[in-house]
Design a protein. Structure first.
Lengths: 269, 269, 269, 269
């Protein structure tokens, strides 16, 4: 299956504003690309490509005063299969987890593991361990939190989601991640493309999407407390502790977003 | 100058509890060690040594049910000079910072840069840039926050320090770090040994200490909003985004601390 | 000057839901009414009228399952003059304030005086005391906080407004109230009608409005950190510690708001 | 049974500081007093006695610069019976509650009903209604929260107690009050004397105590989520929405507490 990916984003700034982007496909998906995946800007500026500390493909640039457009269109091959699942996947004892997985058990800005640790135990301790426990977490979050774009709040943390019970996709994932970590299951935030491929969903303005990954058995698995269903056509861009580490663009200074379009469509090959 | 370092820590647990420690001297100080620096436990358990994602020397072990003692004593050579200073050190524009420094500009669990960004601008925008601005941050935090062990609260964040104006050493550093990041100055948390070497201080129970580092010019520099003075004999153990990443011990399960002693004394060579 | 006031509000509930309303004109304005001011419902239900502990005219009813409409239209005479001002009005020492004013110096749900006390001192201690200090508070809040309906968040407190710097009218007042209380100036929340009478404002969906009152000299005075200008045609409905005490409707159970219209128009007499 | 009550409190202030006290026995207990109950100060200052908006006996005074001592000793007759109980007491529907009870269903500074509403439903919806439901709330809070003077934190709210699971007596009551209100059971904070009368408790420094009251059937009943047992010899001083309204002393300016002693002892008549 082929998916056309792309974005067209425009900022307006008063002065020079450094911007870091995570707009490229994740290194783990590079081999599936059928066209170049390269950030282009108008006006053209110097772009520094590097791998960030979480293993994502990052770009750094300085937006000149005025307007700048960031765009790209690329083509990727996808298995066309839904998110992998293995209901038998086990939790790994902490002393046998790879060391680089351990940070995903800890507190982060939007995931206050310390504050929700008792709640997680009370809600999920009786759930079967492993894959089923992560499913129990997703089911709970999905059923208890109400989705709405009007509930978007960039400062809302997992505790805020737990208390307010509303949010956008990132909020669902933050709460689920926090519960998993509190249960000693490594969990990390993920962002990427997710079109309406393979499902019938009410039409909505296409945006990048957030989901999360948990480490079970010997690898990371995709979960999504927002949709709470296996989906086709996710294309990973970035992973990190939480939304802080996976922001599509981070501006170090005021940058007004004046256009934002994302494309993720199945293409007949 | 020679400093004898050591610790003697005891936990009691009901069941097996995995523990991660950052009890070793930081890799950047290994060459100064005059005796081995090795975590020993009683009862002896398997200890896995590794470098964590922040570059610290970590150990992982599983405490058996009952009591476990973690201890060591080592000897390190120190310059005997106070913390380096360079009042002329400049802030580096974000587009010229080394990429691995960029995460230290971002939000973390105890450092809500987003929530204190405007306050930082209002308080420090008029301060001279570079070293002097960091000094202004430290002076403000040092003068506005009241130190007291009775104010210790492991869930207090930088915003909590800003609103409550009380805390222990980690709280002072969290607030200063958050202000620096909000001003686009990379800042990270540091923990290590800091005895009463070279200063006359009221005797207090020796504990590990927290300070912070900022990136100016071409390197990380030591600052300390708690003591707000240059000190002799700091021995770095760990750095990270905030206290989450630098906890001396992290237990994944209930572990009751029943003894805790730290040594950091100048030794006549 | 005559102002036609009215509202037309509709809820939908699954079961019986008790509702308390503050939809009547404040007792202090009863003598200005030129038509009856009485809550009517469809279907008709028993309505209990009473004065609440803050001196407001409250109604209590039980919405039956299904839809219920709350409406009224009335006519009130207004001075047609802008909010009273007295730049010479003085702060009253706490020991000489009327005792029933003292609660308006204290913490409340959305006004954490304790948490913003130091900030208030740092920002406003140098301002001239009395009326000018309240003006300084309003100017600060008005200039630092960005208004937007999309920023509406019913759980945001004064501290949230201070850190996020966005909000709707209630948020502006909560922050200003909190600063005033921290400065030992009694301040209370007010809600009522405020049309576009006497000013040229961009057309916006009419809603009830929030402002606040401070106690200076020997009485309560109207201030408005949202508009930060003297306005004509405010009609007070309720005062209280904060938005908790002044909610137009409080439902004790789920009640879905399906229609909401407010009228406040000058009428040619 | 006769109980000797008393306090001896000393403050030190730099300048004149207005202080409001709630150091007298509650008006509802005046008829049980066998000696005068009058606040005395040294140096003697003018004391204004009044009933506050919650019905408590308050005093207002201005502490002169320097030290001031507040003290009294009085004698009260007590039934000698434990807190009243009526396991059959029913919850009253909101539309039949006395209007002056309604405020005790709402949010207050330390009781964020809005934020814990869903949690309360999830935890207690299946409990039998009325007295048993309040008991279920107290049992939960008592068993889940760890008491410790070292956990005292004047800014901790009910949500903080829920997330941190530690606290002093006021914290236990705040969480229980919040849960009750979320379940539509009116609940208010209470403070007063509570000696070790009638129970064998580990000796502890005597302090004023906090408990709470709920409205069931046709009256307020005493509950205590901290001790979670019926006690003898409570002497009520003040009730209010939460600790804000019931502070034994509220200083409007810096006042350093330099002595604090409370007496509550059974006296052989």
């Amino acid at each position: 299956m082929l998916i056309r990916l792309g974005y067209d984003i425009q900022f307006e700034t008063a002065g020079e504003v450094p911007i870091v982007t995570l707009l490229n496909v994740h290194p783990s998906r590079k081999q599936d690309l059928r066209e170049p995946d390269e950030l282009r800007t108008d006006p053209a500026v110097k772009i520094e490509n590097y791998q960030d500390t979480f293993g994502n493909h990052a770009c750094r640039l300085v937006a000149p005063p005025g307007k700048i457009r960031l765009q790209n269109s690329t083509l990727i091959e996808d298995s066309g299969r839904p998110d992998l699942e293995d209901p038998a996947a086990r939790e790994i004892p902490i002393d046998r987890l790879p060391p680089d997985v351990l940070p995903y058990l800890m507190n982060s800005r939007y995931c206050e593991v310390d504050l929700l640790s008792n709640t997680a135990s009370e809600l999920f301790w009786n759930a079967p361990r492993g894959w089923q426990r992560v499913r129990a977490v997703c089911d709970w979050v999905h059923s208890k939190v109400t989705f709405g774009y009007e509930f978007s709040n960039p400062t809302r943390t997992a505790l805020g989601v737990y208390t307010e019970r509303v949010g956008v996709c990132r909020d669902f994932q933050h709460l689920a991640i926090t519960f998993c970590r509190a249960l000693n299951i490594p969990a990390r935030y993920a962002t990427g493309y997710l079109g309406d491929i393979g499902v019938v969903l009410p039409p909505s303005p296409m945006d990048f999407s957030a989901w999360f990954e948990v480490y079970l058995e010997d690898r990371w698995w995709t979960f999504d407390a927002r949709h709470n269903m296996r989906r086709i056509g996710r294309v990973l861009m970035a992973t990190g502790r939480d939304a802080t580490d996976c922001a599509i663009t981070t501006s170090f200074g005021r940058a007004k977003l004046i256009n934002f379009q994302v494309t993720s469509d199945e293409v007949q090959g």
